[in-house]
Design a protein. Structure first.
Length: 324
């Protein structure tokens, strides 16, 4: 049985249903709290639950919550509100990126950067492994994905150490891997390290590559077999929506439709419909973007509905499954 680990326990991959491949539900990132950036504090369980209910009413079933410990993870709250909303949530073991690490690590008396510097690769790998096999943040809620991240056109020594420790944890647990790329940079460098460590690239999903709509880069990443998380939907400040659609259809033309997934990466109060900021919310992709994509795919000669089923149902069943 190919299984997926949710906050409520393991399920058969076939039970995932319609899935968002990268989002945030409830989190209070320490760095943004210290800096006073209230927009990045998703700190209302009631509002976050309302968003999950919107997602469920729109036909959604499962969300990969990409919130790691250094981004203010609270798996207890997420499990409670997800259960109340009837949504399956996959939680994140591992880490995000070094830009978050100047913040104080709860209960440790030091910053994330200091804590990571004090640990060996082996110790960090053991930490991530235990998040997958035992539980996170003092709970018995286990992570369903191991994650690492890198910076904008850079990969610090600390990020490399974390990356390698996360890969070690993957080897021990069989957990799927997720990576943060800052504005879609450093994906090929991440893949080089996977190759160095003997990791199958098909176990990796790379986030945010639609922030860097470079056809050559996308082609080279796709040729490795890695999954894409197209999660910048609604971000017109980066590119108009048709750019993302063209990137996706270019991958389809080259035979990579089995590697594409979709998410919203909603991480700001102003992006939610239920935080009083008038945002588009977690229903937007299913209610508005999917019909548009189906129409544009049809105009380009593709079966848009069949592609959406692959992107949001079939592909996540493989990308988020454990291999041990």
């Amino acid at each position: 049985m190919a299984f997926v680990r949710t906050v409520a326990g393991d399920i058969d991959a076939s039970e995932m249903g319609v899935t968002y491949a990268h989002d945030h539900i409830y989190c209070v990132p320490a760095l943004w709290k210290e800096k006073g950036d209230a927009d990045l504090l998703l700190d209302s369980p009631e509002a976050s639950q309302a968003e999950l209910e919107i997602f469920a009413r729109a036909g959604g079933r499962t969300i990969y919550d990409a919130t790691a410990i250094d981004y203010g993870r609270d798996v207890g709250t997420v499990k409670r509100i997800a259960g109340a909303a009837g949504v399956q949530v996959i939680a994140t073991a591992g880490f995000n990126k070094a830009i978050m690490w100047p913040a104080q690590m709860p209960g440790q008396g030091m910053t994330y950067a200091q804590w990571i510097a004090s640990k060996s690769r082996t110790a960090l790998a053991d930490h991530v492994r235990r998040e997958v096999t035992e539980g996170m943040d003092g709970t018995d809620i286990r992570g369903g994905v191991v994650k690492f991240g890198t910076g904008y056109n850079t990969m610090s020594e600390a990020e490399i150490k974390v990356l390698l420790s996360v890969l070690d944890a993957h080897k021990e647990t069989g957990a799927p891997i997720h990576s943060h790329t800052e504005l879609g940079t450093m994906a090929l460098e991440q893949l080089d390290l996977l190759k160095q460590e003997g990791i199958d690239p098909t176990r990796l999903t790379i986030a945010h590559l639609d922030r860097n709509p470079d056809p050559w880069l996308h082609r080279k990443v796709a040729e490795t077999g890695a999954f894409f998380s197209f999660d910048g939907i609604t971000r017109v400040k980066y590119y108009s929506e048709d750019v993302r659609t063209r990137c996706i259809l270019d991958l389809v033309r080259r035979g990579h439709e089995d590697q594409v997934m979709v998410g919203g990466d909603i991480a700001r109060r102003t992006m939610f419909a239920s935080y009083g900021e008038g945002g588009l919310g977690m229903g937007f992709i299913l209610e508005k973007w999917v019909p548009r994509f189906v129409e544009e795919a049809g105009e380009a000669g593709f079966d848009g509905k069949a592609l959406i089923h692959k992107f949001m149902v079939a592909n996540p069943q493989r990308a988020f499954a454990f291999t041990l």
